[in-house]
Write a protein that binds this ligand. Structure first.
Ligand code: ADP
Ligand code: MG
Length: 506
């Protein structure tokens, strides 16, 4: 993919004001689909199902099949709307969005259009640097997901150049809520970070509600990022592009930054921005043109005649409101107190979007300090190297197990890092990796003493120095023993034993 010409980011900000709008699709983890009794693959219970096994005539758009609204999905959507500070519509309607695509068997998607279930909300978002923003929410509406196409035979996995395509209707009809923001102003140089923090906050909210698995790498949470620039001093908004399905938080930030730089170069060169969708390429860190998309795209929306309006009772709304979990901002303050972290330490965790992982790790038995060390240290480093989000790399339970093994002296930090790599590579739990790779610390003094005696015998000058009371000379022997044990020894214990064997022990 040829990289477009990019303007230096700071220079772009001098000339233009960036404006973004974010559309986040959340797959709900209800047991069944939005309009049928088919099991829902967005629920981890059914995630591994073979293609086209989670379907009913409704998902396949067979003649005579009729949709039925999933009450659970409606409740989840109302809870989400309330958590986003939205008003809940006393009556909202489904609408048909008509278009043909092979992953959409009915040739229309059931969505909501002019009567969304939730509207006019706002979300508090906190950035790494401590800046806070109120992001205005335009609406949150219910809809169904389409199936999934796999394009086979080409080099890119895209339809262009493919020999044939496979379709899997398992995802067809998965319940979705699409959350749409109003245009977001004022982010300035923090705009890419703001986009990321917003998605991270939405993830926190849906996880705390328990209404979605929210795993971006599985497509449970997908973000389309609209970006436009307007010249400083201009009132009218610039033309936006919509970068589709950016599937990690890190990529959201990168994609927005890239579009700002790309659009700035075009505008400064006297060009114009085409209103279009764009694809994000994780490997090259660039976007490429998708399809032109005008605001007047006509999907011939009309009210869905097969479904009644959704009219939630006030009682139901009140019950759901009363059951809302604490808002992320409140939760942060509480966790910070519970964990006893400094501002900086807490920011570090919050910025990496790892609060939920940390909380779960502490709940599974790790100390807050150890949990923080693992997630923001080694795991974040490995995630970065693999271009993935740390959250999906390893489970909190495994991290807790690892940290407990270190505390118990079964693993040194160094061994624990090797075990972690095994866990991430899918070799099982920390204990299973230790067993399979033989990584535990050698705690048997006999084995250590044998190695120590050998090292002392081969370095008689060092032995003499230690006997003379120059205990710092022991370092050379300790090093040799650690090497002989391939790092699988506790250095402090080795030191004790070296001094003992050299006649300097306590
Ligand atoms: P579409 O059907 O194109 O997806 P939506 O209304 O679902 O339209 O979403 C459009 C998103 O783009 C909203 O978040 C909106 O706030 C945002 N948006 C609209 N105009 C602009 C603009 N000029 N610059 C940046 N974002 C914009
Ligand atoms: Mg949209």
């Amino acid at each position: 993919m040829a990289r477009a010409e990019l303007m230096d980011f700071d220079k772009a900000l001098e000339l233009f004001e960036p404006v973004i709008g974010l559309e986040v699709h959340v797959e709900l983890n209800t047991a069944t689909k939005m309009f049928s009794s088919a099991p829902n693959p967005a629920n981890s219970q059914f995630h591994d199902a073979a293609p086209n096994t989670l379907t009913t005539p409704v998902c396949l758009g067979l003649p005579g099949s009729l949709p039925v609204v999933n009450g659970e999905a409606v409740k989840y959507s109302i809870s989400l709307g309330l958590a986003l500070g939205c008003s809940i519509a006393p009556s909202s309607r489904f609408a048909r969005k008509n278009y043909f695509y092979p992953d959409l068997a009915k040739n229309y998607q059931i969505s909501q259009y002019d009567e969304p279930i939730a509207f006019d909300g706002e979300v508090e978002v906190e950035l790494e640097n401590g800046r806070t923003f109120t992001v205005p929410i335009e609406r949150a509406h219910m809809e169904e997901d389409a199936g999934k196409l796999t394009h086979v035979g080409g080099s890119t996995g895209r339809i262009q150049g493919a020999e044939y395509s496979l379709v899997d209707y398992n995802r067809a009809g998965v319940p979705l809520v699409e959350i749409v923001t109003r245009p977001i102003f004022g982010g300035e140089a923090d705009t890419p970070a703001l986009a990321r923090a917003y998605v991270s906050t939405i993830r926190d909210i849906v996880l705390s509600l328990g209404i979605s698995e929210a795993r971006m790498e599985r497509g449970n949470l997908r973000c389309d990022a609209n970006v436009s620039l307007r010249p400083r001093g201009q009132e009218k908004l610039g033309t936006r592009t919509e970068t589709k399905n950016v599937n990690s938080m890190r990529s959201v930030e990168r994609a927005v930054r890239y579009e700002i730089q790309r659009q700035a170069a075009i505008l400064a060169g006297g060009g114009t921005i085409t209103q279009e969708t764009r694809h994000w390429h994780e490997d090259t860190g660039a976007t490429s043109a998708g399809r032109p998309k005008s605001d007047a795209d006509d999907y011939r929306y009309f009210p869905e005649p097969d479904l009644l309006p959704v009219v939630p009772s006030n009682e139901l709304i009140d019950t759901l409101r009363a059951a809302l979990p604490e808002p992320p901002a409140v939760r942060r303050r509480r966790l910070k107190g519970d964990w006893g972290f400094t501002d900086l330490e807490f920011q570090d965790v919050a910025n990496s979007g790892l609060l939920i992982e940390l909380e779960a790790t502490v709940k599974a038995g790790a100390t807050p300090a150890a949990a923080r060390k693992w997630w923001t240290g080694e795991i974040a480093r490995l995630a970065n190297a693999a271009d993935r989000d740390a959250s999906g790399l390893v489970s909190p339970e495994h991290v807790a197990e690892l940290s407990k093994l270190v505390d118990a002296g079964t693993l040194t930090d160094r061994l624990a890092r090797q075990v972690l790599e095994g866990v991430i590579a899918g070799e099982g739990s920390p204990q299973q990796v230790i067993d399979a790779r033989g990584l535990a610390v050698v705690s048997d003094d006999g084995a250590l003493i044998a190695a120590i005696d050998e090292a002392l015998a081969s370095q008689p000058d060092v032995l003499a120095k230690i006997r003379d009371g120059k205990v710092q000379a022991a370092g050379a022997v300790i090093g040799a023993v650690m090497k002989a044990m391939q790092g699988k020894a506790d250095a402090a214990r080795v030191r004790e034993l070296v001094l003992e064997r050299a006649g300097q022990g306590a």
